[in-house]
Design a protein around this ligand. Structure first.
Ligand code: GSH
Length: 212
């Protein structure tokens, strides 16, 4: 395969999942920054790639563009299977997908920028709303880690998986909304170990306006 292009926003948790998967698998790609605060995601040129007006969006070497981080992670897994980000057996994969979906489906959509903007427009306390849903969702995530006793170095045993790729960016958002992560010792431990990984560090949010 030749070149991939990723449309991403530096502080977008969904984009971070994909940047991290690309880094873990050692795949080179071009990064295009979509500034969500400047509403670049709503520009007609970008909506042609991503009609939902969201990042991430991956453009394949054949020019076709696809959004939604989890299907993108699936495609990367199918196209570049090593090193893997999913365990081998079906039940273990089910457990990892469940963890990933708690974040992808039950937390992130409720604290997404456009949702919070609409709440604010309607006169509601959007930060309280976001904090509530993040804390509730991470509480369930912590209980899942504990109940199935599946957590180890990472969310599912000793290997990095999609569950970690979803969890760590969500922890970053949790802090932005003042969620107390001390409530979740398993999550905190996994986050700390993930943040030491070079692949995680290379995908970590960095404001492109600030030179390193
Ligand atoms: N389910 C989508 C969510 C994508 C999404 O909500 N992206 C956010 C950034 S993390 C976004 O582009 N928000 C733009 C907006 O709300 O206007 C995925 O997993 O890719």
């Amino acid at each position: 395969l030749s070149h991939l292009t990723l449309y991403s926003y530096w502080r977008s948790s969904s984009s971070w999942r994909v940047r991290w998967a690309l880094a873990h698998k050692g795949i080179s790609y071009s990064l295009k920054e979509v500034n969500l605060l400047a509403e670049d995601q709503l520009a007609p040129g970008y909506l042609k790639y991503s009609p939902t007006g969201t990042v991430p969006c991956l453009v394949l070497p054949n020019g076709n563009a696809y959004g939604e981080s989890l299907p993108i992670l699936e495609w990367l897994e199918e196209t570049y299977p090593t090193p893997p980000l999913l365990p081998q057996d079906p039940e273990s994969r089910l457990a990892v997908r469940q963890l990933a979906h708690v974040i992808i489906s039950q937390i992130q959509p409720l604290q997404n920028l456009s949702v919070l903007k609409k709440l604010t427009q309607d006169g509601l306390a959007s930060r309280d709303w976001a904090r509530h849903w993040i804390q509730k969702g991470l509480g369930a995530f912590e209980a899942l880690l504990e109940g199935k006793n599946c957590s180890g170095t990472y969310c599912f045993g000793g290997e990095l998986t999609w569950a970690d790729l979803c969890l760590v960016p969500q922890c970053y958002n949790a802090r932005r909304f003042d969620v107390d992560l001390e409530l979740f010792p398993r999550i905190r431990g996994i986050e700390g170990r993930c943040l030491k990984l070079p692949s995680c560090q290379s995908a970590f949010p960095r404001d492109p306006k600030i030179q390193p």
